[in-house]
Design a protein. Structure first.
Length: 137
């Protein structure tokens, strides 16, 4: 089970034997603010995150791990959608090729319709291949 930012703050504060008032004093906020952080009703100001990490004896990356996990979930969901789109494109490409072959053998397809179907298939094949080209940033 993943921890929220508030849970992480509360656990680390308690591990260090601090009260909400102690942490509030070190951070220059009220104990009510710390309480809201711990209940995930609000979050520390972005500029105070390094100070909070220092007080807790951890890196900013460790403290912000919860945000990194959320981002990786979004990236995973995005890559699944991308995989599905690529699979559909390849399926359409294959279906158009098979359709042209079968209908031509059965003498049920004129040249113009065959070219349109093959064009659609090639466009889908190209789109599927473009998904695999890495971004150059």
């Amino acid at each position: 089970m993943k921890k929220t930012m508030g849970t992480m703050i509360a656990e680390r504060r308690k591990e260090l034997g601090m009260t909400q008032l102690d942490l509030a004093g070190l951070m220059g906020v009220t104990d009510k603010a710390v309480s809201k952080w711990e209940r995930d009703l609000s979050y520390p100001d972005v500029s105070s995150i390094p100070k909070l990490a220092e007080i807790f004896g951890m890196s900013v990356d460790e403290l912000m791990q919860i945000k990194t996990d959320s981002l990786s979930q979004e990236q995973t969901a995005g890559s699944k959608v991308s995989e599905i789109v690529s699979l559909v494109m390849r399926a359409v490409c294959l279906a158009m090729g098979v359709g042209v072959a079968v209908l031509t053998i059965l003498d049920q397809l004129d040249a113009r319709s065959a070219m349109i179907m093959l064009g659609i298939g090639l466009a889908c094949a190209g789109a599927s291949l473009l998904e695999k080209i890495p971004d150059k940033e």
